[in-house]
Design a protein around this ligand. Structure first.
Ligand SMILES: Cc1cc2nc3c(=O)[nH]c(=O)nc-3n(C[C@H](O)[C@H](O)[C@H](O)COP(=O)(O)OP(=O)(O)OC[C@H]3O[C@@H](n4cnc5c(N)ncnc54)[C@H](O)[C@@H]3O)c2cc1C
Length: 399
């Protein structure tokens, strides 16, 4: 097998394998390799997203559950949305990735190996792995971003179970049920009925600190008890941490545009490039969009990676997270009020980052004005201070 490629893709997750499958489908594919250390089964988890019918049809092989209705619940109210346009889907990541891998064909391949280091040369990058060395003119790196200790994170532990009695309303996905302990951060139960006897229940916390596993388990047990649901069979447990703050891997110096030497491109894709929505942790659709644009660009000889989420949306999400952190007492009502202010289609568009101007107006109208104004000013001042410090540093360097 050749060790020289036009493109090396580091990581065969959502971004890496989607890109490889799309390159393989092109008329004149570039030579490309995906380097991934783990099997898809080792990484299997649930990916949820809102999708229009056409996309849902394309994902049929990977769909574990599909709902036209979803709800948010707190101590005093319940908001139930329904949509004819959008479904809320839960995918098996393993099935999705196997489907992508099955579409690979020469000259695009997947190898099981782990990248240790990248060594940029003048025209290509040497990729040092556990088992050898490869070279590529362009490297797309999807290794997950590092999460700093104190950053805001969404962390969860979930159980899949079968239940003794039929589940009430199995056609409704519970996105957030806030009727749980709120003392450690914004806490909610996420519950997806895959059938009338098969349930996924996750205890999810948005905070800077991860709790012991038993803390999440106790929350799940308490919620099951409160909802009179008895477990028949325990299927599996899954857990995860999604960063909601420091989302971008630092650009590699080799890709720095300030360098005078010609350098090969090393760019991040997927979550590593900032594709995780800061206010919700959803990333799937942003990655799909980014990768489709990138693959179309590569076919035209344009190798640069499109930004997955607009800077305006990222700024709005940062303000939302800022209010969550500075006013934890408002956290539950922020989500409930937002859900209340939108119908199912508007809510799905908002979560997908595709809100129209009138959707935005509805969200803004539903939010408390003073804390958002304060946070907007705070972040505006922070940005200005950062910009001025950078300018001063640059001036000092040039002096
Ligand atoms: C537990 C969890 C649940 C999530 N649920 C959702 C959800 O429901 N909906 C949603 O929209 N988003 C969800 N997300 C966000 C999620 O990050 C994305 O949906 C998606 O998985 C990110 O794709 P990616 O390709 O950028 O990264 P990944 O899918 O994480 O792929 C990165 C790959 O890099 C590989 N890798 C790591 N080190 C090396 C190395 N040294 N050499 C080579 N390869 C390496 C990893 O094995 C991995 O396969 C979830 C995230 C997590 C962590």
């Amino acid at each position: 097998m050749s060790t020289e490629f036009d493109i090396a893709i580091i990581g065969g997750g959502n971004a890496g394998l989607t890109l490889a499958a799309q390159l393989a489908a092109q008329d004149n594919p570039p030579s490309a390799v995906v380097i991934e250390p783990q099997t898809v089964q080792q990484r299997d988890c649930s990916w949820a997203l809102w999708a229009l019918d056409q996309q849902a049809e394309q994902l049929t092989h990977s769909i574990k559950g599909r709902w036209r209705r979803w709800q948010l619940v707190d101590e005093t109210s319940r908001v139930v949305h329904s949509s004819n346009q959008f479904s809320y889907l839960s995918l098996s990541s393993a099935d999705y990735l196997l489907d992508c891998a099955a579409q690979l064909r020469e000259p695009v391949s997947l190898i099981e190996d782990s990248v240790k280091a990248l060594h940029p040369q003048q025209h290509e990058t040497i990729i040092e792995t556990e088992q050898g060395r490869y070279s590529a003119k362009t490297v797309y790196d999807s290794r997950p971003p590092k999460i700093a200790y104190c950053d805001l994170r969404q962390h969860f532990l979930g159980w899949q179970v079968t239940t003794k009695e039929p589940i009430k309303d199995p056609d409704i996905a519970t996105l957030m049920d806030f009727r749980v302990d709120q003392s450690r951060g914004l806490h909610f139960i996420y519950a997806l009925p895959f059938s009338d006897h098969h349930l996924l229940i996750e205890s999810t916390l948005i905070s800077g600190r991860i709790e012991t596993q038993d803390w999440y388990r106790d929350a799940i047990k308490g919620w099951l008890r409160d909802n009179h649901i008895e477990i028949d069979e325990f299927i599996c447990e899954e857990m995860g941490v999604i960063p909601m703050d420091t989302l971008r891997t630092k650009a590699d110096p080799a890709a720095s545009p300030t360098s005078l030497e010609p350098k090969p491109l090393i760019a991040t894709i997927g979550a590593a490039s900032g594709a995780i929505r800061r206010s919700s942790g959803y990333a799937f659709q942003h990655i799909q969009q980014q990768i489709s644009q990138l693959a179309a660009g590569i076919a035209q000889g344009h190798m640069l990676v499109p930004t997955p989420i607009s800077s305006r949306l990222t700024a709005m999400d940062s303000i939302f997270n800022g209010v969550l952190q500075s006013r934890p007492d408002l956290a539950v009502s922020l989500y409930m009020d937002m859900a209340n202010g939108l119908n199912g289609d508007q809510f799905a568009r908002f979560m997908l980052g595709q809100a129209t101007a009138s959707d935005w107006l509805r969200v803004i109208a539903a939010m408390p004005k003073a804390p958002f104004l304060k946070e907007t000013l705070k972040q505006g001042v922070k940005k200005s201070v950062k910009r001025i410090s950078k300018q001063l540093l640059r001036q000092q360097k040039n002096a």
